[in-house]
Design a protein around this ligand. Sequence first.
Ligand SMILES: Cc1cc2nc3c(=O)[nH]c(=O)nc-3n(C[C@H](O)[C@H](O)[C@H](O)COP(=O)(O)OP(=O)(O)OC[C@H]3O[C@@H](n4cnc5c(N)ncnc54)[C@H](O)[C@@H]3O)c2cc1C
Length: 145
Amino acid sequence: MIPSPFAYARPDTLSEAVHLIQQEKAVVLSGGHSLMTDLKQRRVQPDLVVDINGLALTDVIIEPETISIEALVRQNVLLSEDIANAIPMLADVASSAADPAIRARGTLVGALCAAERQGDWAAAALVLDAQLHLTNAENVKKVAD
Ligand SMILES: Cc1cc2nc3c(=O)[nH]c(=O)nc-3n(C[C@H](O)[C@H](O)[C@H](O)COP(=O)(O)OP(=O)(O)OC[C@H]3O[C@@H](n4cnc5c(N)ncnc54)[C@H](O)[C@@H]3O)c2cc1C
């Protein structure tokens, strides 16, 4: 199927992205593996698609007790030896979820936002006591569980 018409924006900064996303009927595009299907099947009919792939949100920060994973970290990055040593379950999930093509583009954050019932990442986040940092124009909200 063909998506319904929508405008497209690719912001360079997080503040610009947050501003755009506040618009009614705006959706975020990260890896696109869930969203593109939703668009094509018209389960989602946005007025605006905000492509966040121009943002510098690709870091994984490994600390003694935690790992911070930014919004554009692709799932295949989680296969790295450093991450496997720090939190083996993350690398285990990354090696068994989907396939290499999906993992090369799909993000962990996108998978959590898509919240597909059969998905592996939400279960892993729950088991690992993940905390999500949600950003809007006013603040950053930290959400657990
Ligand atoms: C063929 C195939 C096989 C798959 N197999 C598996 C599997 O075995 N196990 C598994 O767990 N998953 C599987 N998936 C799901 C896959 O992991 C997700 O489609 C993908 O990783 C979602 O991430 P994305 O970056 O592509 O998100 P997108 O498709 O870009 O976005 C998904 C949703 O989240 C929203 N979103 C994305 N990023 C953000 C953000 N930063 N802030 C706010 N909202 C955001 C989007 O608006 C959209 O609604 C499979 C998918 C496909 C197509």
